[in-house]
Write a protein that binds this ligand. Structure first.
Ligand code: ZN
Length: 498
């Protein structure tokens, strides 16, 4: 066996275990009986430890080092895989085992405290455990190493190459342009009637509609399936098995539709990754931000557009003729695109969503460079919501306690959500430029050219490029907020009659 074959074999073994972990996770969310939860947790912990062990063995390190020395003899694809695996290995072995254990302990303490704090609707019980966890995250940044800001070390784990130097100008534009535009819409505020979206929509009919929408966008049901779960998600067991879940609420049809299309976008990306690269970096998604760009492009740029609903409104009305009686497609379009500031991030519209992320970005950065301490976090949260969203946060449950992320030590994760939408807007603008017929195609119910464009420009590369490189290759430019701003300005100015 050549060295490269040995490397491939090792990585695929790890991928097999990770696939089994994903399957057990999926089963826990979708099928598993209550009494199995403890044993399932144990099984998952065992497999995760095994996977981590295999990813960090000295043998793998030595093999990668040898391959790095012989990189010139490898093909371009092989060399790229080896390079990425070498970087992964360095990162995975930089944290001492004792630190990983300490961090994991602090996370579970903080998570329990977060549950308790939520139960009491009071930040206080969470303060001390979170302080300890943040101290460890600062230490983690030092152990991982960084240039510039300590937050960079954590950002890099979720979005390779992302730095404060890249994100600061982006979020400065969000603060200057998006906050002002949101305020303008707020003052304009003549909401269209949308009562018809809150009447009863039969759940079975919603489910059937969701399957149809997924099929229409190109999701391959021979390489996946949809099920119900409390929180919708997409998971991959192998290139031939990419699953999605959704939720169905009787009085919120747009919740099911939005989540179906969103997860469908994630799944199309996974189904479009090169199967021949299974288990290797080039067979995996570029980053969280790029993954989210795929879900949001379908959910927002496509799924909340007038042309999409011109194509699909008759389908919707076939399922729900009485609920939508007398409602024109234009009225429907206006109703599903109302924007309004709110307290809860996951319930935010596509515009205010980024103001929620802006708050978290600034707070995380300040926590990492010690310009903010955890004891002042709840107050800082309220101040920023007043400043950016113009709302008075009524309590901690609808404030600083709403997200699970910090309790799990996920610092640096939030920005990837916004990056997703910003990349989506830039990709979609480029697709429109490259495919002059795109809007007409979507209006005719044909999204295949768009999917082909995404496959060609984004999906097939896996982790060959960083997000920034991929963006430059696909659109000729680094990421800019202007594409997102143009998109929301054009869309909402028309809807709000500005
Ligand atoms: Zn997503």
């Amino acid at each position: 066996m050549t060295l490269y074959e040995q490397y491939t074999e090792r990585l695929r073994k790890i991928a097999d275990i990770n696939g089994a972990i994903a399957l057990l996770h999926w089963d826990s969310e979708v099928n598993a009986p209550k009494k199995g939860a403890d044993f399932r947790g144990q099984q998952l912990a065992t497999l995760s430890a095994l996977s981590h062990e295999l990813s960090t063995t000295a043998e793998l390190g030595a093999l990668l080092q040898q391959l790095m020395e012989q990189k010139a003899e490898l093909s371009e694809t092989e060399a790229c895989n080896v390079q990425r695996s070498w970087e992964d290995y360095q990162l995975a072995t930089r944290l001492p085992v004792s630190f990983v254990r300490e961090l994991s302990q602090a996370r579970s303490t903080a998570f329990q405290a977060w549950i308790q704090a939520r139960r009491e609707n009071n930040f206080a019980p969470f303060q001390e455990p979170l302080t300890a966890l943040i101290a460890l995250k600062r230490q983690e940044a030092e152990l991982l190493g960084y240039e510039g800001h300590p937050y960079n070390a954590l950002l890099d784990q979720y979005e390779k190459g992302a730095t404060v130097a890249q994100l600061d100008p982006l979020f400065r534009d969000v603060r200057e342009q998006l906050v002002a535009f949101a305020r303008e819409l707020r003052e304009r505020g003549t909401p269209s009637p949308s009562d018809f979206l809150r009447v009863s929509y039969d759940k079975d009919a919603q489910w059937e509609l969701g399957l149809e929408l997924l099929r229409e966008m190109g999701y391959d049901f021979d390489a996946g399936r949809q099920d119900l779960s409390e929180h919708p998600f997409t998971t991959t067991f192998s290139p031939g098995d990419v699953r999605v879940t959704t939720r169905v609420h009787e009085h919120e049809p747009m919740s099911m539709i939005g989540s179906c299309i969103h997860e469908g976008g994630h799944a199309l990306y996974e189904q479009g990754l090169p199967a021949a690269q299974y288990g290797l970096p080039l067979g995996a998604a570029t980053s969280l931000g790029i993954h989210e760009s795929q879900s949001r492009l379908w959910e927002n740029n496509v799924g909340l557009s007038l042309v999409y609903w011109r194509a699909n409104y008759d389908r919707l009305r076939r399922y729900f003729p009485t609920q939508l009686e007398g409602v024109s497609v234009e009225q429907f379009y206006h109703a599903i695109n109302q924007v309004q500031p709110n307290f809860i991030r996951i319930e935010a519209d596509e515009l205010h969503y980024h103001l929620h992320i802006l708050v978290r970005y600034e707070l995380e950065k300040a926590l990492m460079d010690k310009s903010l301490e955890v004891k002042d976090l709840a107050q800082a949260w309220r101040d920023k919501y007043r400043e950016f969203l113009g709302v008075e946060v009524p309590d901690d449950l609808r404030g600083v306690l709403q997200d699970v992320h910090w309790s799990e030590g996920l610092i640096g994760y939030f920005p990837t959500y916004s990056l997703g939408s910003f990349y989506a807007a830039q990709f979609f603008a480029q697709a429109q430029k490259d495919l002059p017929q795109l809007s007409a195609d979507i209006e005719a119910g044909n999204t295949r050219p768009l999917l082909d464009w995404l496959r060609e420009r984004i999906h097939r590369y896996g982790r060959q490029y960083t997000s920034e490189e991929l963006c430059e290759r696909a659109t000729g430019e680094p990421l800019r907020l202007s594409y997102f701003m143009d998109y929301v300005r054009r869309k909402y100015s028309a809807i709000y009659g500005i």
